[in-house]
Ligand binder design. Structure first.
Ligand code: AMP
Length: 316
């Protein structure tokens, strides 16, 4: 079993998409796993310090609430080696290659007020990965380019300064990545970043889930067999995907009303135990803080030799 690493950015409240696409697979793979709350990444666009802290606390507590109890859990900012190695990698990366990053092009290139950290973000992400020497990095399509860059930087560093980094392989996670779409705009991913009305948050109470699902966009098809997956029916397809991912079955459902009731029941049943554990953990924040402090201590131990080797190789 090879080492695995995954970070979630606390730029908002975690959603059903974060759970089905990231936390659930993480909970099934906890041996030699490092799972982090990437608070530094949440500052590449305008942010409110109080909100950042509250999103980071909520995310950390949810890591435990979904059952991540064997992996090493940490906050990125508690492991200074991340920012330190990022600087060394900025001394290897070029403006040309960072300028070509699709995410930077889409989110900020050419805008005067764009934060420098949005531009250099891929160097920090490369540091996040290379510090832990994972052999494989499972990523969704939107992060593929950044992991390719991580490989390029590692190879270039090794060639110029000596063999410090393990060059990770990019892998598509087993069974692909579940993509949960926004309930009101099924053409885009359910997002935690905005206060999106089409997002179901992991801590939404049952009546809120019911209201959101009942407003989900479907289509005007009312004939027999309307409840089916099809490229032409993105809203219905998404509801069916969510239903099955939450352990429900579409058998015998022939109206959108029945489908939405089944989706609500399945989602509420999935969220209920998580919310219950969350409430217990929120009542004992010292425990959560301790788990993350222990995790960060272990991360500092694991990453120190890599940072030391990189520093020595580059001439510090
Ligand atoms: P992000 O929310 O962009 O920080 O992504 C963190 C992880 O959650 C990544 O592995 C994403 O693929 C996953 N994720 C976030 N939103 C969704 C979604 N709507 N559907 C599936 N996976 C998601």
């Amino acid at each position: 079993m090879t080492r695995t690493l995954s970070l979630l950015t606390p730029s908002g409240r975690l959603t059903l998409g974060s759970y089905l696409g990231a936390l659930l697979p993480m909970s099934r793979r906890q041996e030699d796993a490092f799972y982090g709350v990437s608070d530094l990444h949440a500052m590449t666009t305008e942010h409110d310090p109080r909100l950042l802290r509250s999103y980071a606390d909520e995310t950390a507590t949810l890591f435990l609430a979904v059952g991540l109890d064997r992996a090493t859990l940490f906050r990125q900012s508690h492991v200074p080696a991340h920012a330190q190695l990022a600087y060394l990698l900025e001394c290897v990366a070029t403006t040309g290659e960072l300028n070509r990053m699709i995410q930077f092009k889409e989110k900020g290139r050419g805008v005067d007020s764009t934060r420098v950290s949005l531009f250099t973000y891929p160097a920090l992400m490369a540091a996040d990965i290379l510090l832990y020497r994972p052999e494989q990095v499972p990523v969704g399509a939107d992060q593929r380019q950044h992991v390719e860059l991580t490989r390029d930087l590692a190879l270039r560093f090794n060639r110029r300064y000596g063999p410090v980094f393990t060059v990770p392989e990019v892998v598509v996670p087993e069974g692909g990545t579940a993509r949960v779409m926004d309930l009101l705009h099924p053409d885009r991913k359910m997002s935690k970043s905005a206060e999106a009305a089409g997002s179901v948050y992991l801590l939404d109470p049952p009546d809120v889930v019911r209201r959101k699902v009942s407003r989900a966009v479907t289509d005007s098809d009312t004939g027999p067999g309307a409840v089916r997956r099809s490229e032409a029916k993105p809203g219905v397809t998404n509801l069916l995907d969510v239903l099955e991912a939450c352990g429900g079955s579409a058998e015998g459902l022939d109206t959108y009303g029945a489908l939405k009731r089944a989706v609500t029941d399945a989602v509420v049943a999935t969220l209920e135990p998580i919310q219950k554990r969350y409430a217990d953990l929120a009542a004992d924040p010292v425990h959560v803080t301790q788990v993350f402090a222990d995790g960060a201590a272990r991360c500092r131990e694991v990453t120190a030799p890599v940072l030391a080797a990189a520093s020595a190789a580059i001439g510090l």
